[in-house]
Design a protein around this ligand. Structure first.
Ligand code: HSE
Length: 446
């Protein structure tokens, strides 16, 4: 039988927004997908606990029920697409699919960040593929770029806007001058932010994506829960205004690189808001878009930009993974033309994280202090006493009749331990009205 007459069967577990997108992409692009694959990519069946809600898509010829186990066992299903999310049922179903000899496509970053090694080992033993392009950067093919396009390079650094919700909130705060809570509420009303926005705004979602990028780029297995994260909650409109005056924008970044010291096997990885130069490409990424800047030692800076979430962009990555696996199936060569993390599993190593105290760089500090003579020199004096040089100082306020002023200090590069110590000392003073905001400045690597 020629491939043209063949079919590659997909079973979809989880029929939410992305699942609906998968049905749409497979439907609207059936001809071009068949042409590229050289065979038909057919959605054989769907399993979801909710079989009642009308998803508004044509399900003719697709078996739809709530039985995920029967879907996995169905001989017409070659590839199981897991789109239920989370690390509970999804973990068990992915394991079941692999044990049944089915290839797996997933968009589940939490599952891979926490149980990736286990899943990849199961897949290798069973001779099946696990593909997960949609787990980082939604529709942006950044994992495929790292895995294949940059396979010749030593990755020097990764800097990414990895979360659309936070990028939307930051863009809106800057554009409107409105407070974080107001914009968050708007983001929730528009469906950009979840009812419980913690995962996004505290940087957990971005840390999971960064953990996957780090595994792919450096062959490093990290304890993802220990990646230091700083969220957005303490940022105020004044920070965007002052940052712009100083030549910066505020962006939530996931940052990773290998430790600089000779023989130092550790990895620097963190997620936090950062001031980045107005002229940098990441600074121009607005709204819910994502972008990842990867610098390789041979290629130099490369930039990947696009929609990091949403029905059709995420479905685009999911279906592309299914096509890649379909090609392997048709080639009859078994799994893994390219290993999932761009290297054999035995080349992965557990790596320690560099503690943030060991970082060294410039910082943006905003002190909220009582408006009284001498307070400015007291702040700058305390920084000087900790060997922290000052690049510029600005004062704003008083913001209210209470007489509190904002003192913004841009420091010269300094050890983070010294910066934190100075801020902790200052925060003990009676003149300090609120906890000082500490935002790192990320130097331009483009
Ligand atoms: N909550 C995520 C974001 C969705 O805002 O980017 C995609 O992982």
């Amino acid at each position: 039988m020629s491939n043209r007459d063949r079919e590659v069967g997909i079973g979809l577990i989880g029929f939410g927004t992305i699942g609906r997108g998968v049905v749409r992409v497979l439907g609207q692009n059936a001809a071009v997908i068949s042409e590229r694959l050289g065979a038909r990519l057919r959605l054989v069946r769907i399993a979801d606990l909710d079989t009642e809600t009308d998803r508004g898509v044509d399900l003719e010829g697709i078996h739809f029920d709530s039985d995920a186990k029967a879907l996995i066992a169905d001989p017409a299903v070659d590839i199981v697409v897991e789109l239920i999310g989370g690390t509970g049922a999804a973990r068990a179903l992915v394991a079941d699919a692999i044990a049944a000899g089915k290839h797996v496509v997933t968009a589940n970053k939490a599952l891979l960040a926490h149980h990736g090694s286990e899943i990849f080992a199961q897949a290798a033993a069973a001779g099946v593929d696990v593909a997960f392009e949609a787990s980082v950067g939604g529709g942006i093919p950044v994992l495929r770029a790292l895995r294949e396009g940059l396979a010749a390079d030593r990755v020097l650094s990764i800097e990414g806007i990895l979360n659309g919700t936070t990028n939307y909130i930051l863009s809106e705060m800057e554009a409107t001058g409105e407070a974080f809570e107001v914009i968050l509420k708007r983001a929730q009303d528009l469906g950009y932010a979840e009812a419980d926005p913690t995962f996004d705004i505290d940087g957990i979602d971005a840390a999971q994506k960064l953990g996957i990028l780090v595994a792919m780029a450096f062959g490093a297995e990290l304890d993802v829960d220990s990646i230091p994260t700083q969220g957005l909650r303490d940022l105020a409109p004044i920070d965007f205004e002052v940052a712009r005056e100083l030549g910066f924008r505020v962006k939530m970044l996931g940052i990773a690189r290998e430790a600089a010291g000779e023989g130092d096997e550790r990895i620097e990885a963190r997620v936090h808001p950062a001031l980045i130069s107005l002229g940098s490409q990441l600074a121009s990424v607005d709204g819910a878009m994502n972008a990842v800047l990867i610098v390789g030692d041979a290629v130099g800076p490369t930039l990947y930009y696009g929609a990091g979430a949403g029905e059709m962009p995420t479905a685009s990555a999911v279906v592309a993974d299914a096509i890649e696996i379909g090609r392997e199936i048709l080639r009859g060569a078994g799994a893994g033309r390219v290993p999932p993390l761009s290297r054999p599993l035995e080349a992965l190593h557990s790596r320690e994280l560099v503690p943030t105290d060991e970082l060294h760089g410039r910082a943006y500090l905003r002190f909220e202090v009582t408006d009284e003579p001498g307070v400015l020199s007291k702040v700058t004096g305390a920084l000087g006493a900790n060997d922290i040089g000052i690049e510029s100082v600005l004062q704003r306020g008083p913001a209210s009749a209470g007489g509190s002023i904002s003192v913004v200090v841009l420091t010269h590069a300094a050890p983070e331990a010294a910066l934190r110590k100075a801020v902790a000392e200052i925060d003990e003073w009676p003149e300090v009205r609120a906890r000082t905001l500490f935002v790192r400045i990320q130097e331009n690597r483009e």
